[in-house]
Design a binder for this molecule. Sequence first.
Ligand code: 5GP
Length: 185
Amino acid sequence: MPGRLFVVAGPSGVGKGTIIRQLIGRWPFYLSVSATTRAPRPGEVHGVNYVFLSDEQFDQWVGDDRFLEWAEFAGRRYGSPRQPVEEQLAAGNDVILEIEVQGAMQIKQRVDDAVFVFIEPPSMNELEERLSRRGDTGNIEPRLERARAELALADQFDHRIVNEVLADAVAGLLSVVARPEGSRT
Ligand code: 5GP
């Protein structure tokens, strides 16, 4: 039986990565490693956090149809490599894509049975504070602007989870992934 594809989206800084990391050991899944043209943050490792590509390399990957989806975000490009995701699904493993909303919308058009989860901040103020704490100084305003546009698309998702209390958000996501085969309700 093939694995299920879960698309977890929501504004930058909302805590998608933190929530997903808390699932490790509680539910078996493959987390897709995206490619990006942005520079690594301190501590980020090539091939682990992201595959860091030059603009030329990214163009090449797009031309070779190596992405399931890709989108621009804050002046950089991000994409989900197709091959590892397809291999994992074919092997029966569940897969998570942690991506922004435009990419999620592309997956929605291309993959019939993916499950879409939107992670929301408790408020825009809280999101701004989280972005500041993460050290995205100078880069916050475009991310907040994008967040407003992303929140407007939240109703396109099968499930919405507010990340106010981390443990509750993790429990919310666990209850989604634990549902029977591909359930959307
Ligand atoms: P960051 O620069 O903070 O790591 O990521 C910026 C945004 O890009 C986040 O919302 C993140 O989820 C999203 N993102 C990361 N990888 C991908 C990807 O492969 N495709 C798309 N569409 N968005 C991604």
